[in-house]
Design a binder for this molecule. Structure first.
Ligand code: FE2
Length: 198
């Protein structure tokens, strides 16, 4: 009888260690070129929260989203347009990846790099993880006094939240609180598990 090869032995799963986000955050903070209020740590944390909310529906890769939150504005030189800060943040992420400061697959890194590089110039990419990164950032535009435009969101979930914020006439300055308070209402109803069936 011929032996059937175990596919797991031929293609062992790649086991990645969860990135050490607090240590990485300290490293990134210590390598800033500008201490920003508008694009600093408070914003990075909000982008992470937004991304985790969006990922519940978009199916985005959460590790990439959390790393994007840390890196995307990490190399801002000022709080103005600074059109090159995305590519600079992407290159810094590359340096940190090559220094093994976090451990993700090359495919994950390619998405992180793309999202950081193009987050201010590409409306949407067609990739769920990258588009979730874009919307996680856009959902925090209220802090700079900008109302969301549903047509400029990259994901269906982000578009729905943006539309609701217009329907509810949310002031940009209170967007974070509004989102926090209402986030459960934005989630699509999940199908009942078997044990919950009436
Ligand atoms: Fe940002």
């Amino acid at each position: 009888m011929s032996e059937v090869a175990n596919p797991l032995e031929l293609n062992p799963p790649i086991l990645m260690k969860e990135p050490d986000y607090p240590t990485l955050q300290e490293h990134i903070l210590s390598h800033r070129i500008f201490e920003s209020e508008l694009h600093g740590l408070t914003h990075w944390k909000q982008v992470e929260r937004n991304g985790l909310l969006l990922a519940t529906e978009t199916g985005a890769d959460v590790a990439v989203v959390r790393l994007f939150a840390l890196f995307h504005d990490s190399k801002r030189a000022d709080d103005g347009f600074d059109m090159d800060h995305g590519p600079r943040g992407a290159e810094f992420a590359k340096t940190c990846f090559e220094e093994h400061r976090f451990d993700i697959t090359q495919e994950q890194f390619d998405k992180l790099y793309h999202a950081c590089k193009f987050h201010t110039t590409e409306p949407r990419s067609g990739d769920a993880t990258i588009d979730t990164c874009y919307d996680a950032d856009r959902l925090d535009l209220g802090r700079v006094g900008i109302k969301l435009d549903p047509s400029k969101m990259a994901t269906t979930f982000g578009t729905r939240i943006a539309q609701r914020s217009l329907d509810d006439d949310v002031e940009p300055g209170s967007f974070r609180e509004w989102l926090e308070k209402n986030q459960n209402a934005f989630r699509q109803p999940q199908p009942l598990r078997h044990s919950e069936q009436p």
